[in-house]
Every structure is written in structure tokens, then in C-alpha cells.
Design a protein around this ligand. Structure first.
Ligand SMILES: [Zn+2]
Length: 136
């Protein structure tokens, strides 16, 4: 509903409507305007009227930048995680290597001890034999 600027008659339906996107000054926000083209049935005055004004929340460019920012943050997080995982993998490999080495060292020590025990046992046996011989 728009009023004729000449005679003030309320004109309910526009002959034609269309939308256009404008930019609000200073704010960088986009405004979508819906315009109506009217013709007054009383005086036949043709006039334009703004039927709807809708301010877009942020510009398209702003939204794209925002998404890019989120993407950058996400990539950063992924990179960090990848780096952390890589470090952990390396650490794990180092630990496994260390464990292998300790096992090898342990095995060597164990076999050395076994040999020592065996030779001590032999000594004990020969000592026992000697003592037995003396008892007779
Ligand atoms: Zn009129």
C-alpha cells in the first residue's frame, strides 16, 4: 500500500515490482530494496515506492572472509595435530627402539649370568666331590 504523491490516494497493488541491491553508506552493509511501480487510479500519476528494505547481515565479501578465516584456523589446527602426531610417532619409534635395545642388553646379561651360575655350580660340585673324598 502506497500513497500517491500527487493526490494522496492509497494505491494497494503495484503494476510492477523488482528488487535491487544497494550499499548503505559507511556501513558496508548491503541493502536489498524491493521497489514497486505504481499508477494512481485517480490522477494517473506514476510513481515509485520502496515496498521493502532488507539489510543483509554482513556483506557477501565479509562472509567469504569469515569462512576463509575459519578455514585458516582449521588448517592451522590440522597442521598442529599432524605435527603432534608426527612427534608422537617419532617418540614411539624411539621408545620401541630403546625397549629393543634394553631387551637385547637384558638377554645378554641373562645369558652371562647363566654362564656364571653354571661355572659356579661346577665349582661347587667339584668342591663337594673333594669334601666327599676327604670324608672317606
Ligand atoms: Zn493520484
Amino acid at each position: 500500500m502506497s500513497a500517491c504523491p500527487r493526490c494522496g490516494t492509497e494505491v494497494s497493488n503495484p503494476n510492477k515490482t523488482w528488487s535491487m541491491i544497494g550499499r548503505a553508506n559507511k556501513t558496508d552493509k548491503e541493502i536489498e530494496l524491493t521497489l514497486g511501480f505504481f499508477m494512481c487510479p485517480e490522477c494517473e500519476k506514476r510513481f515509485l515506492s520502496v515496498l521493502e528494505k532488507q539489510i543483509e547481515k554482513g556483506t557477501f565479501k565479509g562472509v567469504v572472509e569469515e569462512i576463509k578465516g575459519i578455514e585458516r584456523g582449521f588448517t592451522q589446527t590440522l597442521d598442529d595435530l599432524r605435527e603432534k602426531l608426527e612427534k608422537l610417532k617419532n617418540e614411539r619409534a624411539e621408545l620401541l627402539e630403546e625397549i629393543e635395545e634394553l631387551k637385547r642388553t637384558g638377554e645378554t646379561k641373562a645369558s652371562t649370568l647363566e654362564e656364571e651360575i653354571a661355572s659356579l655350580r661346577e665349582e661347587v660340585d667339584s668342591l663337594k666331590e673333594m669334601l666327599d673324598d676327604n670324608d672317606e
